[in-house]
Design a protein around this ligand. Structure first.
Ligand code: RAM
Length: 917
């Protein structure tokens, strides 16, 4: 028997998903070896077995000779709508020994059909009309200045018999919370989350087998405005409305499928038999505005059978968009925080300090007489007098109001809003609250955490923690630029530059799968990718085709392939990627990407570079920003290259030739137009050199010269960076690559402005939007654009994992099949450690520098190989687990590369040591 066991079974990236919308879902697993000393362990074959809920085998793959553990397409009998399936897998190792079967995992098929009613999503005939979107009967109560009250809906039903399985499918035009027999269903927050509701809305599925009872039941829901009917960024300017860009009538769709022990099935659908009201306690709720909750209007028992809903109204039905199962992890509370202090800057005004800039809401325990109004306001910073600083929230009040019932202890927790804050101001209490009275509930798309970084320099650990908090703060169904002001949009430039860091920190596979569909849905007719996705306005007219932003539509799918081995996404996305590049080329036939059409009047360029600093002594006024055409043409070259690579992976020969050739031509045009024979690039900016080097645009012989120019471009800035957020990470990587390691470490460890260290030393617990968001002596930057929770500059996290930790994805073995471990120690660091839970299991790398020598310990997952780069001087003796490295079994010496001794290893734990002689 083999020591291997298949673990962490996933279907379409999810653990035991309840609604799979694709007829041939993909199955993946990881492998672990019970022998901690085993090395070079591989899978030589696998067998998958899938059975239905009757135990009938619907697919037995048989023994398949393959070392693949990712994305195996189901290939059995057709899978049935709403049905649960269990599956298991066993594998054979390199010696032909078979493992035990894995523990069973499951997946359930979703509900087929557009809107669950008409056209089929799969290939079978359409199912009959079953559920309706239901809403309050029409009454024109719409108010531009205030968000509508929550709609409450209920449906009593009875069943007789024991429940074998009950699954509830639901969605809303708005955001919803479900209840069944007095209890909350699931833990999702702000479901169904944000998509382009003109095209589709996601639905969610919940296993409610335990919640349905034999006898009387009530299924109930509350629906708030959310993204659908509430406020979203820039709606006034670009849609001419204050709120309700997608629609004004809040609606619910649901289907509860109950299977009794007898085999009988009962289905409860949303239809005209439901009762509705908007007279409940949630008087208004909006993502930006906050929630007004009048506890005096609670209707105890409204979600239980005995309730009298006579005063309620009969539901109306309306048409709704297409439904699709949510393909990624829902928004959930992942942790709670207790405040570190509560202060009273003015009489009766209490300000709680959460000790951490966070996103979510608070749970407040309080008491007050009937009708007493408690106001909670949220902000990221304080004024010098200790009061809340809120100017940078712009038009997002982030204010909750709670009106007391007056019955002793009451607990307030909102439902349909979210706030970005470190400080909470509470007014209206007639007593001094304590830190125990308030809890911060942190919520976001609950993608699993994947990476950990730790090193001997506490400043860098704090920077990484700030990066991770910023990531959590900006994952709410889509990757947002910021979580606090009246914007919170899926800006593509920010996401593009942060995506590799994001993938190190969390398992972003399902999340980006979802978001890439949003990106495709927002592509314009002529091929432009949007600048924001979802695009709530008309992408043909605004916010599309911006260099460095649109390119996210190419860069992120490529990173999905590198990190998760996702070829299918490349396939799905390929036409869209081509159309984007073709659009640029059509409009710029000489291959210099110029902003000559008026379609993208905002031409952002290398956003927030040093030219945008306000009144910073010693910083030149100009010289940070790379010329826009140099910037855009560099991105064109990059995107063309990547489309060529995608074509190669997908075996599309003609396209491969076409786009590789195009990339060559853009490179030539770039050099011709912008690069002089001594390697200088027009503009002579740090950023320009960084992008040209990172995108491999220069002829080989000019690259070291350009790197020297890059270094020289720090001089006018007294050694500081002048890069904007699209070039900073690329600059850090290229400095390192060209041997300016100490320079890169200096920037990472720097504490003066501009630097990450400056943010941390001045109270930053998340990454700031601007290098000079707040400056000692000067104060805050322009409140018109000054978030303290923006991840773009946090893209340096990639450098922490790749350079300090040494963890690099390797193109020759996508999805971490091949791993490149290449730590580059520097600065004052004496040790560093990274642990990363890849799609193939845990990879760990830890190095330590001592007087006596250098040690590198690595853990390489089963069924993968790694090349290990040891930063040592030639001729120094190297041992591995105590043996001279040449004698170490399972270590192959590859020679010298990039100034390192290089080895190849298979799976297992290895400890390399080099003595200082
Ligand atoms: C700002 C956003 C974002 C940036 C765009 C261009 O409003 O916050 O960071 O991508 O502008």
């Amino acid at each position: 028997m083999s020591n291997l066991s298949p673990t962490h079974l996933r279907c379409e990236y999810l653990v035991n998903p309840l609604a799979i919308d694709t007829p041939r879902p993909r199955l993946s697993w990881e492998l672990t070896d019970s022998d901690p000393h085993a090395r070079g362990v591989r899978q030589s074959a696998y067998q998958i077995m899938v059975s239905d809920d009757q135990g009938v085998i619907v697919w037995d793959s048989g023994e398949v000779q393959s070392d693949e553990t990712l994305h195996i397409h189901y290939a059995g009998a057709p899978l049935e709508e709403g049905k649960p399936y269990t599956w298991k897998v066993r594998v054979w190792d390199q010696d032909g020994q078979v493992s035990d079967w894995s523990n069973p995992a499951s997946f359930s098929m979703g509900i087929r059909g557009m809107g669950w009613t008409t056209a089929p999503a799969w290939d079978a005939p359409p199912p009959p009309v079953i559920s309706h979107w239901i809403t309050l009967p029409l009454a024109d109560t719409w108010c531009e200045t205030q968000s509508p009250p929550a709609t409450m809906l209920r449906k009593p039903f009875s069943i007789s018999g024991k429940v074998r399985r009950a699954v509830l499918y639901a969605s809303a035009l708005g955001v919803y919370e479900l209840r069944l027999n007095g209890k909350r269903v699931g833990e999702n927050i702000l479901a169904p989350e944000w998509t382009d509701y003109h095209q589709k809305v996601q639905y969610q599925a919940y296993d409610v087998t335990e919640q349905v009872t034999n006898g009387e039941n009530v299924l109930a829901a509350m629906v708030g405005a959310g993204w659908y009917a509430g406020r979203i960024g820039m709606a006034q300017e670009y849609a001419g409305v204050w709120r309700g860009v997608y629609g004004r009538r809040l609606a619910l769709i649901a289907r509860l499928s109950i299977e009794l022990d007898t085999g009988e099935t009962i289905t409860i659908n949303t239809d005209k038999s439901w009762r509705v009201t908007d007279q409940g306690p949630i008087r208004s709720a909006d993502l930006y505005d906050g929630e007004v909750y009048d506890a005096r209007l609670e209707m105890p028992g409204w979600d239980m059978p005995a309730f009298d809903d006579q005063p309620w109204q009969t539901a109306d039905t309306i048409k709704g968009p297409r439904l699709a199962a949510q393909p990624n992890e829902p928004i959930r509370i992942t942790r709670t925080l207790t405040p570190v202090a509560v202060n009273q800057p003015a009489p009766g005004v209490y300000v709680f300090d959460m000790g951490q800039n966070m996103v979510g809401w608070v749970r407040l325990t309080l008491h007050g007489e009937n009708g007493r109004e408690i106001r909670l306001r949220y902000g990221e910073a304080l004024n010098p007098d200790g009061t809340l600083y809120r100017d940078n929230l712009r038009g997002a009040p982030q204010t909750d109001i709670y009106i007391c019932r007056g019955e002793g202890e009451e607990i307030f927790e909102p439902h349909f809003t979210y706030h970005g804050f470190r400080f909470v101001e509470v007014c209206g209490l007639d007593y001094r609250p304590t830190v125990q009275d308030l809890t911060g509930c942190v919520f976001h798309s609950a993608a699993a955490e994947a990476g950990q970084f730790d090193c001997s320099e506490p400043l860098l650990n704090k920077i990484m923690s700030a990066i991770q908090w910023t990531q959590r703060s900006n994952l709410h169904g889509i990757p947002t630029d910021c979580p606090q002001r009246d914007e919170r949009l899926g800006w593509m430039g920010d996401a593009q530059v942060f995506s590799q860091t994001a993938m190190f920190n969390m398992d972003m596979a399902a999340f980006f799968t979802k978001w890439m569909a949003d990106v495709r849905e927002a592509q314009t007719k002529d091929g432009r990718f949007p600048d924001i996705a979802p695009h709530p306005f008309n992408p043909d007219q605004c916010f599309s085709g911006n260099p460095g932003w649109g390119d996210a539509g190419i860069i992120i799918p490529w990173l999905m392939y590198l990190n998760y081995g996702d070829k299918d996404l490349l396939e799905t996305h390929f036409e869209a990627a081509k159309r984007y590049v073709d659009w640029i080329v059509r409009n710029n036939p000489d291959l210099i990407w110029r902003n000559r059409d008026q379609l993208t009047p905002l031409w952002y360029g290398d956003w927030l570079n040093a030219d945008t600093f306000a009144d910073l002594a010693g910083v030149p006024r100009k010289g940070g920003e790379m010329p826009k055409e140099v910037f855009s043409t560099a991105f064109l070259a990059k995107s063309a290259q990547l489309v060529g690579k995608m074509a190669e992976v997908l075996n599309k020969r003609e396209d491969k030739v076409k786009y590789c050739h195009l990339a060559e031509k853009v490179r030539a045009a770039f050099n011709h137009a912008f690069v002089s024979s001594d390697g200088r690039i027009l503009g002579d900016t740090q950023a320009g050199y960084a992008l040209a080097l990172s995108f491999n645009l220069l002829p080989m012989e000019l690259r070291p010269l350009a790197a020297q120019h890059m270094l020289r471009a720090f001089e006018p800035y007294d050694g500081a960076l002048s890069t904007g957020f699209l070039s900073t990470i690329r600059m850090m990587i290229e400095l390192t690559h060209f041997g300016y390691v100490e320079k890169a470490y200096q920037l990472a460890l720097r504490r003066e402005i501009p630097s990450w260290g400056y943010m941390i030393e001045h109270g930053g617990t998340t990454i700031w939007e601007r290098w000079d968001g707040w400056v000692e002596g000067r104060g805050f930057q322009d409140p018109g654009m000054n978030s303290f929770n923006h991840y773009a500059i946090g893209s340096v996290g990639e450098w922490f994992y790749r350079v300090i930790g040494g963890l690099n994805p390797d193109e020759s073995g996508p999805g971490w099949k091949q791993i490149k471990i290449h730590p580059v120690p520097g600065g004052s660091l004496t040790w560093a450690e990274v642990a990363y839970h890849s799609v193939r299991g845990l990879i760990r790398s830890r190095w330590e520098k001592k007087e006596t020598g250098f040690t590198l310990r690595v853990d390489i997952p089963v069924n993968t190989t790694a090349t290990i780069y040891l930063p040592v001087k030639n001729g120094y003796p190297i041992t591995e687990s105590g043996l001279p490295v040449e004698k170490s079994p399972a270590v192959e010496t590859l020679g010298w590369r990039e100034g390192c001794a290089v080895f190849r290893v298979g799976s297992g734990r290895y400890e390399f040591h080099v003595k200082n002689v």
